[in-house]
Design a protein. Structure first.
Length: 242
Protein backbone atom coordinates (compact mmCIF):
# COMPACT_ATOMS: atom_id res chain seq x y z
CA UNK A 1 0.00 0.00 0.00
CA UNK A 2 2.82 2.40 0.85
CA UNK A 3 4.48 1.68 -2.49
CA UNK A 4 1.35 2.84 -4.29
CA UNK A 5 0.40 5.82 -2.22
CA UNK A 6 3.73 7.15 -0.96
CA UNK A 7 6.38 7.85 -3.61
CA UNK A 8 8.81 9.24 -1.03
CA UNK A 9 8.80 5.97 0.93
CA UNK A 10 9.25 4.04 -2.30
CA UNK A 11 12.19 6.25 -3.23
CA UNK A 12 13.91 5.79 0.15
CA UNK A 13 13.45 2.04 0.15
CA UNK A 14 11.68 -0.76 1.95
CA UNK A 15 13.20 0.14 5.34
CA UNK A 16 11.24 3.40 5.49
CA UNK A 17 7.91 1.61 5.07
CA UNK A 18 8.07 -0.68 8.07
CA UNK A 19 8.65 -0.25 11.79
CA UNK A 20 12.40 -0.45 12.46
CA UNK A 21 15.00 1.70 14.20
CA UNK A 22 15.75 3.65 11.02
CA UNK A 23 12.12 4.46 10.22
CA UNK A 24 11.37 5.24 13.86
CA UNK A 25 14.21 7.77 13.95
CA UNK A 26 13.18 9.27 10.60
CA UNK A 27 9.52 9.69 11.55
CA UNK A 28 10.38 11.09 14.98
CA UNK A 29 12.84 13.65 13.61
CA UNK A 30 10.42 14.59 10.83
CA UNK A 31 7.56 15.21 13.26
CA UNK A 32 9.74 17.24 15.63
CA UNK A 33 11.08 19.40 12.78
CA UNK A 34 7.65 20.07 11.29
CA UNK A 35 6.12 20.80 14.69
CA UNK A 36 9.00 23.16 15.45
CA UNK A 37 8.50 25.12 12.23
CA UNK A 38 4.79 25.61 12.93
CA UNK A 39 5.53 26.44 16.57
CA UNK A 40 8.07 29.09 15.55
CA UNK A 41 5.55 30.67 13.21
CA UNK A 42 2.95 30.88 16.00
CA UNK A 43 5.50 32.11 18.55
CA UNK A 44 6.65 34.86 16.20
CA UNK A 45 3.09 36.20 16.29
CA UNK A 46 3.00 36.06 20.10
CA UNK A 47 0.47 33.25 20.46
CA UNK A 48 0.28 31.36 23.74
CA UNK A 49 0.74 27.92 22.14
CA UNK A 50 4.26 28.13 20.75
CA UNK A 51 7.32 26.07 19.90
CA UNK A 52 7.25 23.43 22.63
CA UNK A 53 3.49 22.91 22.47
CA UNK A 54 3.49 22.22 18.74
CA UNK A 55 6.54 19.95 18.97
CA UNK A 56 4.96 17.89 21.76
CA UNK A 57 1.59 17.57 19.98
CA UNK A 58 3.16 16.48 16.67
CA UNK A 59 5.75 14.23 18.30
CA UNK A 60 3.21 12.62 20.62
CA UNK A 61 0.87 11.82 17.75
CA UNK A 62 3.73 10.27 15.79
CA UNK A 63 4.75 8.03 18.68
CA UNK A 64 1.13 6.97 19.24
CA UNK A 65 0.74 6.00 15.58
CA UNK A 66 3.99 4.03 15.54
CA UNK A 67 2.93 2.18 18.70
CA UNK A 68 -0.43 1.44 17.10
CA UNK A 69 1.26 0.02 14.00
CA UNK A 70 3.56 -2.08 16.18
CA UNK A 71 0.62 -3.48 18.14
CA UNK A 72 -1.21 -4.31 14.93
CA UNK A 73 1.82 -6.30 13.72
CA UNK A 74 2.53 -8.10 16.99
CA UNK A 75 -1.09 -8.83 17.87
CA UNK A 76 -2.15 -9.55 14.32
CA UNK A 77 -5.22 -7.39 14.66
CA UNK A 78 -6.45 -3.96 13.73
CA UNK A 79 -6.13 -1.54 16.64
CA UNK A 80 -7.17 2.07 16.09
CA UNK A 81 -7.76 3.16 19.68
CA UNK A 82 -4.54 5.16 20.07
CA UNK A 83 -4.90 7.27 16.93
CA UNK A 84 -8.52 8.02 17.78
CA UNK A 85 -7.50 8.96 21.33
CA UNK A 86 -4.83 11.31 19.98
CA UNK A 87 -7.33 13.13 17.76
CA UNK A 88 -9.75 13.54 20.69
CA UNK A 89 -7.01 14.62 23.12
CA UNK A 90 -5.56 17.20 20.74
CA UNK A 91 -9.07 18.51 20.05
CA UNK A 92 -9.56 19.03 23.80
CA UNK A 93 -6.19 20.79 24.15
CA UNK A 94 -6.99 22.95 21.13
CA UNK A 95 -10.36 23.92 22.55
CA UNK A 96 -8.72 25.07 25.78
CA UNK A 97 -6.44 27.42 23.83
CA UNK A 98 -9.41 29.45 22.57
CA UNK A 99 -10.04 32.52 24.73
CA UNK A 100 -12.55 35.35 24.81
CA UNK A 101 -11.09 38.77 25.52
CA UNK A 102 -12.81 41.54 27.45
CA UNK A 103 -13.67 43.05 24.08
CA UNK A 104 -15.73 39.98 23.12
CA UNK A 105 -13.13 38.90 20.59
CA UNK A 106 -12.22 35.27 20.06
CA UNK A 107 -8.49 34.75 20.57
CA UNK A 108 -6.43 31.72 19.57
CA UNK A 109 -8.88 30.09 17.18
CA UNK A 110 -6.32 29.73 14.36
CA UNK A 111 -3.70 28.40 16.79
CA UNK A 112 -6.25 25.95 18.16
CA UNK A 113 -6.99 24.53 14.72
CA UNK A 114 -3.28 24.49 13.86
CA UNK A 115 -2.62 22.33 16.94
CA UNK A 116 -5.29 19.88 15.82
CA UNK A 117 -3.87 19.75 12.29
CA UNK A 118 -0.37 19.17 13.70
CA UNK A 119 -1.77 16.20 15.59
CA UNK A 120 -3.08 14.76 12.32
CA UNK A 121 0.26 15.47 10.62
CA UNK A 122 1.97 13.63 13.46
CA UNK A 123 -0.25 10.61 12.82
CA UNK A 124 0.57 10.57 9.10
CA UNK A 125 4.28 10.88 9.87
CA UNK A 126 4.04 8.00 12.33
CA UNK A 127 2.24 5.90 9.73
CA UNK A 128 5.03 6.46 7.22
CA UNK A 129 2.94 8.49 4.78
CA UNK A 130 5.75 10.92 4.08
CA UNK A 131 4.24 12.54 1.01
CA UNK A 132 0.92 13.16 2.78
CA UNK A 133 2.81 14.55 5.76
CA UNK A 134 4.83 17.03 3.71
CA UNK A 135 1.90 18.11 1.55
CA UNK A 136 -0.28 18.64 4.64
CA UNK A 137 2.54 20.56 6.33
CA UNK A 138 3.00 22.79 3.26
CA UNK A 139 -0.74 23.47 3.14
CA UNK A 140 -0.77 24.33 6.85
CA UNK A 141 2.14 26.75 6.53
CA UNK A 142 0.52 28.43 3.53
CA UNK A 143 -2.66 28.86 5.54
CA UNK A 144 -0.76 30.39 8.47
CA UNK A 145 1.78 32.51 6.61
CA UNK A 146 0.47 33.40 3.16
CA UNK A 147 -3.32 33.55 3.45
CA UNK A 148 -3.71 36.07 6.34
CA UNK A 149 -2.88 39.03 4.09
CA UNK A 150 -5.44 37.88 1.52
CA UNK A 151 -7.99 37.22 4.26
CA UNK A 152 -7.41 40.72 5.66
CA UNK A 153 -7.93 42.19 2.20
CA UNK A 154 -11.25 40.37 1.80
CA UNK A 155 -12.43 41.41 5.26
CA UNK A 156 -11.39 45.01 4.71
CA UNK A 157 -13.40 45.13 1.49
CA UNK A 158 -16.47 43.56 3.04
CA UNK A 159 -19.55 45.76 3.55
CA UNK A 160 -20.01 44.29 7.03
CA UNK A 161 -17.75 44.70 10.06
CA UNK A 162 -17.90 44.99 13.83
CA UNK A 163 -16.18 47.51 16.09
CA UNK A 164 -15.28 47.76 19.75
CA UNK A 165 -16.39 51.25 20.81
CA UNK A 166 -15.47 53.14 23.98
CA UNK A 167 -17.36 56.40 24.56
CA UNK A 168 -16.47 58.92 27.26
CA UNK A 169 -20.12 58.88 28.35
CA UNK A 170 -23.29 57.01 27.41
CA UNK A 171 -24.89 60.38 26.65
CA UNK A 172 -22.80 60.51 23.47
CA UNK A 173 -24.23 57.29 22.04
CA UNK A 174 -27.05 59.06 20.19
CA UNK A 175 -24.58 61.53 18.67
CA UNK A 176 -22.37 58.67 17.55
CA UNK A 177 -25.29 56.82 15.94
CA UNK A 178 -26.32 60.00 14.12
CA UNK A 179 -22.78 60.44 12.79
CA UNK A 180 -22.75 56.87 11.52
CA UNK A 181 -25.95 57.41 9.55
CA UNK A 182 -24.64 60.64 8.07
CA UNK A 183 -21.53 58.82 6.87
CA UNK A 184 -23.61 56.12 5.17
CA UNK A 185 -23.21 53.39 7.77
CA UNK A 186 -26.11 51.25 8.97
CA UNK A 187 -26.17 49.93 12.53
CA UNK A 188 -27.15 46.25 12.48
CA UNK A 189 -26.67 45.57 16.17
CA UNK A 190 -25.29 47.28 19.26
CA UNK A 191 -24.54 45.66 22.62
CA UNK A 192 -23.21 47.01 25.90
CA UNK A 193 -19.99 45.31 26.99
CA UNK A 194 -20.45 44.33 30.68
CA UNK A 195 -16.70 43.90 31.24
CA UNK A 196 -16.32 47.69 31.48
CA UNK A 197 -19.20 48.47 33.85
CA UNK A 198 -17.03 50.08 36.54
CA UNK A 199 -14.40 51.60 34.24
CA UNK A 200 -16.04 55.00 33.87
CA UNK A 201 -16.44 54.43 30.14
CA UNK A 202 -19.46 53.38 28.09
CA UNK A 203 -18.30 50.44 26.00
CA UNK A 204 -20.21 48.79 23.15
CA UNK A 205 -19.88 46.18 20.43
CA UNK A 206 -21.36 47.62 17.26
CA UNK A 207 -22.13 45.70 14.06
CA UNK A 208 -22.14 47.91 10.97
CA UNK A 209 -23.00 47.70 7.28
CA UNK A 210 -21.65 50.12 4.69
CA UNK A 211 -24.59 51.52 2.71
CA UNK A 212 -22.86 54.47 1.03
CA UNK A 213 -21.62 53.67 -2.48
CA UNK A 214 -18.75 56.10 -2.01
CA UNK A 215 -17.56 54.33 1.13
CA UNK A 216 -17.85 50.95 -0.61
CA UNK A 217 -15.59 52.10 -3.44
CA UNK A 218 -12.97 54.25 -1.79
CA UNK A 219 -12.77 53.55 1.95
CA UNK A 220 -11.42 50.57 3.88
CA UNK A 221 -12.57 49.59 7.35
CA UNK A 222 -9.36 51.00 8.79
CA UNK A 223 -9.93 54.40 7.19
CA UNK A 224 -13.52 54.54 8.41
CA UNK A 225 -12.53 53.58 11.95
CA UNK A 226 -9.68 56.09 11.92
CA UNK A 227 -12.13 58.84 10.96
CA UNK A 228 -14.56 57.82 13.72
CA UNK A 229 -11.71 57.82 16.21
CA UNK A 230 -11.21 61.56 15.69
CA UNK A 231 -14.59 62.35 17.26
CA UNK A 232 -14.09 64.18 20.56
CA UNK A 233 -16.35 61.91 22.57
CA UNK A 234 -14.80 58.65 21.30
CA UNK A 235 -12.19 57.36 23.76
CA UNK A 236 -11.18 54.34 21.66
CA UNK A 237 -12.48 52.41 18.66
CA UNK A 238 -11.10 49.40 16.79
CA UNK A 239 -12.33 46.66 14.51
CA UNK A 240 -13.13 43.37 16.18
CA UNK A 241 -11.51 40.32 14.68
CA UNK A 242 -13.62 37.16 14.43
Amino acid sequence: MNEIYDPIAKLMGQWSMGINWGSILLRTVLSVLLGAVVGCERSSKRHSAGLRTFILVTFGATVAMMLELYLNVTLGGSVHILSAAVVIAVAIVSQNSVLFSSRNQIKGLTTSVALWVCGIIGLTAGAGFYMVTLVAFAALMCSLSLFPAFEKYLKDRSNHFEVHLELKSSSYLQDFMTTLRELGLRIDDIEVNPAYVNSGLSVYSVSLTIDSEELKKYKTHGQIIEALGTLDYVHHIEEMQG
